[in-house]
Ligand binder design. Structure first.
Ligand code: KG4
Ligand code: ZN
Length: 342
């Protein structure tokens, strides 16, 4: 297809990251700028919606200007504005969508509403030529799902968590252990210190479906800590502050999550033999141990494995601009009535 090169401005404000990026047909990602609110939410152990939307409002203009400057692109040169409009925190989504609509109207640009989950699914394709159909494991703080991905924009959810997301398991166990938010990176660090050993053999789900469940794992960790007289349920406080215990819990948790994700890949590959590759995306895919372990599972089934660069795993503007690009090529534009869906 010989199409005119397009320049896309991607805007992402669905949760606690204010992000913008420039993607062009001929040069790919030219800039990917992000302000993370993590430090603002740390004291609360999770994202506070009101704080999130106010911070987006303060930051969005500066982040977009920085994305344009870094890419050495003027707003005039942008063809399309791609903005996350679902799913996410309503107040946060509104900031991005209203800002994008204002620019689109004032500068007479096309606008495209982007599904945040679709953007995560195709984030593995930003830097890689991933064959279709492939299996995508998308694991973040809010979602954990399996997709059969047939083409750009064409995918089917074939399994999902019935309760908590994988990242939530890391975040909630970290909270139990008195560790900072987000839990994933610190759990990975502690687990590495004890060489990813499985000390406590938390139970693995036995159901033979393509669905997942992480809430039982969180409860298993809690009950195990209580049985060890290491946690007080009434005060919700850790009673044993020993660094060894934290390392052992972190490591056993990570190994258990690895086993659950690895088992689900094996089941999916057997159920859908047409799968040509396996991708691992979302914030949890920053985890090097999980990346390596799941790659080993994929290799066992002779499937190539792709995980995006860490800068494209967590929420970012590049993945929004990337999806905006293939939608723009297909003329799948929204209009100024674009609204949020949460
Ligand atoms: O995709 P993301 O940045 O935001 C959304 O939830 O959409 O994902 C954040 C989640 C958090 O739960 C965090 O604990 C987890 O990703 N995470 C990790 C790691 N880095 C971030 N989980 C495991 N290991 C990591 N290194
Ligand atoms: Zn996300």
């Amino acid at each position: 297809m010989n199409q005119k090169p397009l320049c896309i401005l991607g805007i992402e404000t669905s949760c606690d990251e204010t992000a913008a990026a420039i993607y062009t047909s001929d040069k790919g990602v030219l800039s990917n700028v992000l302000f993370s609110q993590i430090d603002m939410h740390k004291a609360f152990g999770g994202v506070v919606p009101e704080i999130a939307s106010r911070s987006h409002l303060e930051k969005i203009q500066g982040i977009i200007s920085e994305a344009l400057d870094k890419a050495e692109v003027t707003l005039k040169a942008v063809d399309v504005i791609a903005v996350t409009n679902k799913p996410g925190l309503p107040g946060s989504l509104l900031v991005g969508v209203c800002f994008a609509k204002a620019i689109a109207w004032a500068q007479e640009k096309e606008i495209i509403g982007i599904n945040h989950l679709e953007a995560h699914i195709f984030s593995s394709c930003i830097d890689n030529k991933v064959p279709f159909p492939h299996l995508c494991i998308a694991a973040s703080g809010g979602h954990t799902s399996l997709y059969l991905v047939k083409d750009f924009g064409v995918y089917e959810c074939i399994g999902h968590t019935r309760d908590d997301a994988a990242g939530e398991a890391f975040d909630k166990v970290a909270k139990m252990l008195g560790l900072p938010y987000p839990g994933g990176p610190v759990i990975e660090k502690l687990a590495a210190e004890v060489n990813f050993q499985d000390f406590f053999s938390y139970p693995r789900p036995k159901k033979l479906t393509l669905d997942l469940s992480f809430s039982g794992l969180k409860t298993a960790v809690l009950y195990d800590l209580i049985a060890r007289n290491a946690y007080d349920l009434k005060t919700k406080k850790l009673l044993n502050e020993s660094p060894e215990l934290k390392q052992q819990v972190a490591s056993s948790l990570l190994v258990c999550v690895r086993d659950m994700l690895s088992t689900i890949i094996e089941r999916a590959v057997k159920t859908y033999p047409e799968i040509q590759a396996i991708t691992f995306v979302g914030g949890v895919a920053c985890n090097k141990y999980l990346r390596q372990s799941l790659e080993a599972t994929a290799t066992k089934y002779q499937k190539p494995f792709f995980a995006p660069a860490p800068k494209y795993c967590g929420d970012n503007g590049a993945m929004i601009a990337f999806v905006g690009h293939y939608k723009a090529q297909r003329q799948e534009f929204s209009d100024l009535f674009l609204d949020i869906l949460h």
